[in-house]
Ligand binder design. Sequence first.
Ligand SMILES: Cc1cc2nc3c(=O)[nH]c(=O)nc-3n(C[C@H](O)[C@H](O)[C@H](O)COP(=O)(O)OP(=O)(O)OC[C@H]3O[C@@H](n4cnc5c(N)ncnc54)[C@H](O)[C@@H]3O)c2cc1C
Length: 269
Amino acid sequence: MNINLIGGGIAGLMLAYKAASAGHQVTLYEANHIASGASGKALGVLVPVTGLNRPIDILQRQGIAAWPALAQQLAAETNTPLASFWRDWGNGNQQLNITTIFDILAQAIRAKGGTIVENHPITNLAEIRQNTDHTILTAGYGTKALTGTPVTISAGIAARFTGHIENLIAQDNLFLCPDFTENEVLAGSVNWSLKEPHTGPIPEDKRDELLRRVYAIAPHLQLKEIWLGNRPAQTPRTPLITSPEPTLHIVTALSKIGMGLAPALELPF
Ligand SMILES: Cc1cc2nc3c(=O)[nH]c(=O)nc-3n(C[C@H](O)[C@H](O)[C@H](O)COP(=O)(O)OP(=O)(O)OC[C@H]3O[C@@H](n4cnc5c(N)ncnc54)[C@H](O)[C@@H]3O)c2cc1C
C-alpha cells in the first residue's frame, strides 16, 4: 500500500520505519527538518517514569521493553555501532543518543525504499490524501491546524553541561545523564502545561528551577546550553491515537515520554 505520513518527529519516523519494514511504499513529509519539533529537544532517556497503569504508562513500558531489540536491528540495518547511539544503564533504564537517533531511523527508512521529504509543510490535507491508501498524521502540535484536534503543550526545559557523571540519575522527575561524548552531561526537565507553544526566551523561574536542582546533585557541572521544547500533549494526559476516517489516522500527544513510548506505536491499519 501507499502510505503518507505528515511530521518527522519520533512518532512519524517510527511509524514510517514500521510501515516500510512491513513492505509498504512510504512517503514522510516534514515541514522543516526531521526532529525539528519536540523530538529534537529531548534528552533521550528511556526510563519508566511511573509504576501507574494508565494507558500512557503501559505504552511507555512496552516501548522501553522493545528498544533493545529495535536498537540492535537499526544498528545492523544501518551498519552503525550499537554503542554509538543506544546504551543500557540497568534496572530497565536506557538511553538514546539524541543527536544521531533520528538520522539512523531516516537512513533505515530510506534503505527500505521509503522517501523523506523535508522543508515540505502540508497545508492541504485533502490534497495529500489523494492517490494514497492511508495517511498518518504525526505532526505533533501541527495536527491541530490540519484537523482541529485539540492538541495542547507540555513545555519542558533541558540543558547541556560540560563535566562528567558516572551514571544516569533519575530523581523525582529530574534526569541527568552522561552524553555520548562522555565529557558532557544532559539534564532536564521542568514541565508546565500550555494551550499553545511557548516562543521567546525561557522563563527565568523555570530556568532557575532546573539549574538549582541540577547543581544540588552535581555542583561541578558547567552550563553549556539550555533550551525549551514544546511537547505535543493532551488533557488529560494520554496519547492521542485515533482514526477519524478509515484511511486517516492521528498519532500524537506523546507528551513527556515519546522517545521511550515510540516502539509501542502500532500501524493503525
Ligand atoms: C526538554 C524535553 C526533554 C525530553 N526528554 C525526553 C526523554 O528523555 N525521553 C522521552 O521519552 N521523551 C522526552 N521528551 C518528549 C519527546 O520529545 C516527545 O514526546 C516526542 O518528541 C514527541 O514526538 P512527536 O513526533 O509526536 O512530535 P514532534 O517531535 O513535535 O514532531 C512533529 C513534527 O511534525 C512537523 N509538522 C508539524 N506540522 C506539520 C505540517 N503541517 N506538515 C509537515 N510537518 C509538520 C513538525 O515540524 C515536527 O517535526 C522530551 C521533550 C522535551 C521538550
